[in-house]
Every structure is written in structure tokens, then in C-alpha cells.
Design a protein around this ligand. Structure first.
Ligand code: ADP
Ligand code: GLC
Length: 483
């Protein structure tokens, strides 16, 4: 299981949650799953036992062969994890880039990671039946397994699965760097291969050469095959349409459960919701907001600050929302332009808007628990995990009907009592605002709102079911490989 980020070692977004939780669920099904990720600074500093393997890896990178160390560790649930250690590549302040943009040597860093992960197999005497790769950073693995010159490698022709968590990140690099991939140019650098408008695309490499492709919700699986959401990859994806599977992500209820969440000032459950009030009160205090908001709707947002997440819509409707006598708390990190826009808007309403810029997991838990509604006006959303966390915390999602948001949130109908949140369709301030107005209106009827909260808190989005779907897929590709 190769992922560029995994909880509890390194995280920028939902992929880390998935890569932390799915292997545990697979392990419970009896799979011998081994995780591999780069040993970033956060992974090195993570307070988990680690042991350096005596054997060094020798890893090809272009015309050179470099060394790497391997640290062996385990996740909290005991999943065996290997960290590829090479400080000059991974011991940096962030995972993928800094305020200048992406790290200039990301092709080197992740080509190295892919080759190291494959060489690891021999070093630890472990031959997997299937290799499951996640996002562009691992995209070179499927073609490397198919490389004809590679026949002597013990892993050659091992089936692979490539999961797209976000098609907005494609791992595009200049053609001149092709030799760093370690692949034969003649066999792989062409339009049916990993060439993409004259460049190298590592996402395309994964999509074209994996034995099956998955993405993280059924609706996103359909969306990425259209020009509106495919970001130029729709043609490539359509060619593989019979091998594309949309498997909805799950929630790790071990980490996201208000009845035992250690980050909350008070715990609560669907049976006893008292603690939620306390969480709201303390969140309002912590952010220095007007105490009168305790009885008014408090909205929240926990998000990477990226164009994907629709923060421009939020900025546009902010004054109108606040006129409804409500509060808003935002936690986010990422794009500096978006950061400045929100800061500017928030400054105008200091007693109503609380803003925390940065990455802060305990605060994400406190925010999701303390808010009444969670806003996710995404332009696109492959799956989205925070809306599912929100449901469990009795915090009602107001989402745009795209991708996994559409698959997980059903419009609430007060007449029938069915539905678990609020959805809007067109990406316009008006339709977003209309949904919020409607949600605020329903908030006023306590009985209706409580019913809605309970509905969400009882839903089960655990990994049990999706893990079985992955298992079936692993079995089907390994059978195909053996034929
Ligand atoms: P994405 O992967 O696109 O960022 P998801 O909803 O799938 O979106 O997952 C986001 C994950 O990252 C959630 O676990 C959320 O709590 C977390 N997260 C996002 N931004 C922050 C932040 N600034 N601080 C702490 N956690 C964050
Ligand atoms: C991506 C997507 C998000 C998804 C997550 C985990 O970062 O943006 O929607 O939930 O991956 O699959």
C-alpha cells in the first residue's frame, strides 16, 4: 500500500486519513498489508516506535544509483509500515512544496520513492500479491511493473491498482526529465503511455498502466470522465472506463467519534447531546466571539485553502450570512491568496467570525464538534471526509452537490424527516446563500433540527463495507494476473 501521506506519520488532507484507516480495515479482513511512505520530517518526529533496518536500499535515479535507509514502524492498529529515509529529499518543512510553489525536485523525490518502494520488497522478503498505489506521487509504479526490461525483477507483472484521490493534482513534469523515471522512453513516452501534451504525467502513468483504477466515490468516478471535471484526463479515463471503480471512502470512527474524542471539552452521543452545547460554548469563547451566538447557528469550515474548496463563494456571501445573526469559524491552511482574502473578510466582523490559519488536528475536532453546520461549497469534491465526520458529530453539512458530497448527503425534507443535510447545485453565491438561508430557517425549530442531528449521528460510514469492495478488487486483479 503505497501512499505519499499516511496518518499518523504525515498529513495534508484526506488521503492521509484514508491511507491510515483502510489498511487497518483490510488487516481486520485478514490481509497482510504493508504500508510504504517517505520519511518526511513529521514522520521522523512522530512519537511512534521506529527501527532502522540494517540493510540499505540501492535505488536507481536517472543514471545514478543512490542509497536509502528504511525505518520500520507500525500504525496505531499495528499495520506494518516502512518509511523510506533519505533526509536530503524528505526532511523538509512540508511534504510537497513551500511558499515558492511545488518543490522543484518533486519528480526526483517521488521517482526515487517509487523505485525504493519496489526494491524494498526484496530487502524485507515480502512479495505482495497486489500493489495499491495512491495519487500521482506513486504513479510510476504501475508502468515500472510492466517494464519489459524488468522481467528479472521479482515483482515484475505484479498487478497494481491506482486510486485517484484528486484529479486536480497530476504530477506534470518536463519531458527533458524523462530519464529520471527509469522507464524506456521508446516504450512509455507516447500518447498511449504517460506523455501528456508533450510533458510527463505521473497521474496518467498510473491510470494507463494499472490493472484497475479506482476513485473515492461513485459520482466522482462518473464525473472525471467528463470535460467539466476531468481536467483534461477525461479522454484517457474514458478509454479505461470498464476498469474504473468508484468506491466511497469510509470514516475511521476510532478517531472521529464524539463519545470518546479526547480533543473535546465534553463528550456526547446521539443518546445524550448535552456535551455538544459545552463544545459550542467553549469554541465561541476560544475564538473570542460574541457569547450571544450560543443560541444562534454557528457555522464551521475545516479545509485546505485551495480553489477546489469554494472559499471564494464563502467570501462573497459572508456579509449576507452574518446579517442572519449567525457566527462562523474557519480553520484552514494552504494558498496564501485565499488566506489573505478570508483574513480580510473576517477582520470586518471580529465578534462573528473566528479564523485560524494553520494545520491543527485537535482544533479541527473541536470545531467540528462545536459548530451547528459545516459548510463545503466545493467546486469539485472527489469524496470529502469532513462532511461525514460532521454527521457523526451532529453538525449538519451544507454542501454543493458534487462528487462524494452528492453521494453522502441527502437533502433534508422536514415533511418526511428524511435526509441528512442541505445541498445546492449551481456554483453561484445565490444558490449557496439560498441553502444557508433555508438551513438557518430550519434551525429555529428545535425539534426538527434535533431530529436531523440524530439522523446524521446514527449513520454508518465505517470502512467495513468499502474495505470489502477493495478486497474483491484485489482478488479480481490478482486472479487476472495469474491467468
Ligand atoms: P481534502 O483531502 O480534499 O483536503 P477531505 O475532506 O477528504 O478533503 O479531508 C480533509 C482532511 O484534512 C480532514 O481530516 C480534515 O479534518 C483535515 N484538515 C483539512 N484542513 C485542516 C487544517 N487546517 N487543520 C487540521 N486538519 C485539517
Ligand atoms: C482528496 C479529495 C477529497 C478526498 C480525499 C481522500 O484530497 O480532495 O475529496 O476525500 O482525497 O480520498
Amino acid at each position: 500500500f503505497l501512499s505519499p501521506e499516511v496518518v499518523p506519520f504525515a498529513k495534508t488532507g484526506g488521503l492521509a486519513d484514508v491511507a491510515g484507516a483502510l489498511p487497518s480495515a483490510l488487516k481486520r479482513l485478514g490481509v497482510d498489508v504493508r504500508l510504504v511512505l517517505p520519511c518526511y520530517r513529521t514522520a521522523r518526529d512522530a512519537n511512534l516506535k521506529k527501527r532502522r533496518l540494517r540493510k540499505e536500499l540501492r535505488v536507481p535515479l536517472g543514471s545514478e544509483t543512490l542509497k536509502a535507509n528504511v525505518l520500520e514502524s507500525r500504525t496505531e492498529t499495528g499495520v506494518m509500515t516502512y518509511l523510506i529515509e533519505r533526509d536530503d529529499m524528505y526532511d523538509r518543512s512540508n511534504l510537497y512544496g513551500n511558499h515558492f510553489g511545488d518543490y522543484y525536485d518533486n519528480l526526483e523525490r517521488f521517482s526515487f520513492f517509487c523505485h525504493a518502494a519496489l526494491n524494498l520488497s526484496e530487502a524485507i522478503s515480502f512479495k505482495p500479491d497486489v500493489i495499491h498505489c495512491h495519487d500521482w506521487q506513486t504513479g510510476l509504479v504501475p508502468p515500472l511493473l510492466k517494464e519489459t526490461d524488468n522481467k528479472t525483477s521479482p515483482l515484475s507483472n505484479t498487478p497494481s491498482i491506482f486510486t485517484i484521490h484528486n484529479i486536480g493534482y497530476q504530477g506534470i513534469f518536463a519531458e527533458e526529465k524523462f530519464s529520471l523515471t527509469g522507464l524506456s522512453r521508446k516504450d512509455f513516452f507516447h500518447p498511449e503511455g504517460l506523455e501528456f501534451w508533450g510533458n510527463i504525467s505521473l497521474l496518467k502513468a498510473g491510470v494507463v498502466y494499472a490493472d484497475a483504477v479506482t476513485t473515492v466515490s461513485p459520482r466522482y468516478a462518473r464525473e472525471i470522465q467528463t470535460a467539466e471535471f476531468g481536467m483534461g484526463m477525461e479522454g484517457v479515463l474514458k478509454q479505461r472506463k470498464t476498469d474504473i471503480h468508484g468506491i466511497l471512502n469510509g470514516v475511521d470512527y476510532h478517531h472521529w467519534d464524539p463519545s470518546k474524542d479526547p480533543h473535546l471539552p465534553a463528550n456526547y452521543s446521539a443518546k445524550n447531546m448535552q456535551g455538544k452545547r459545552q463544545c459550542k460554548k467553549e469554541l465561541i469563547q476560544e475564538m473570542g466571539l460574541d457569547p450571544s451566538l450560543e443560541t444562534r447557528p454557528l457555522m464551521g469550515m475545516v479545509s485546505r485553502l485551495d480553489a477546489q474548496k469554494g472559499l471564494d463563494l464563502l467570501v462573497k456571501v459572508l456579509s449576507r450570512i452574518l446579517a442572519l445573526d449567525v457566527g462562523l469559524v474557519v480553520l484552514g491552511s494552504g494558498d496564501q491568496g485565499i488566506e489573505r482574502a478570508i483574513q480580510k473578510a473576517a477582520k470586518r466582523h471580529p465578534s462573528r467570525v473566528g479564523l485560524l490559519i494553520g494545520f491543527n488536528d485537535p482544533f479541527a475536532h473541536r470545531l467540528i464538534a462545536g459548530a451547528d453546520m459545516l459548510l463545503m461549497p466545493s467546486r469539485y469534491e472527489p469524496c470529502g471526509l469532513t462532511q461525514m465526520y460532521a454527521l457523526k458529530y451532529g453538525t449538519i453539512p451544507v454542501v454543493r452537490a458534487v462528487g462524494g458530497l452528492d453521494d453522502t448527503i441527502q437533502q433534508f425534507d422536514p415533511k418526511t424527516g428524511e435526509g441528512n443535510g442541505f445541498k445546492f447545485e449551481p456554483y453561484t453565491p445565490k444558490s449557496f446563500l439560498d441553502r444557508i438561508l433555508y438551513a438557518v430557517h430550519l434551525f429555529e425549530t428545535e425539534k426538527t433540527w434535533k431530529r436531523l442531528m440524530r439522523e446524521g449521528m446514527r449513520a454508518d460510514f465505517s470502512w467495513k463495507h468499502p474495505a470489502r469492495e477493495y478486497m474483491k478488487l484485489y482478488q479480481s486483479v490478482s486472479k487476472r494476473g495469474a491467468e
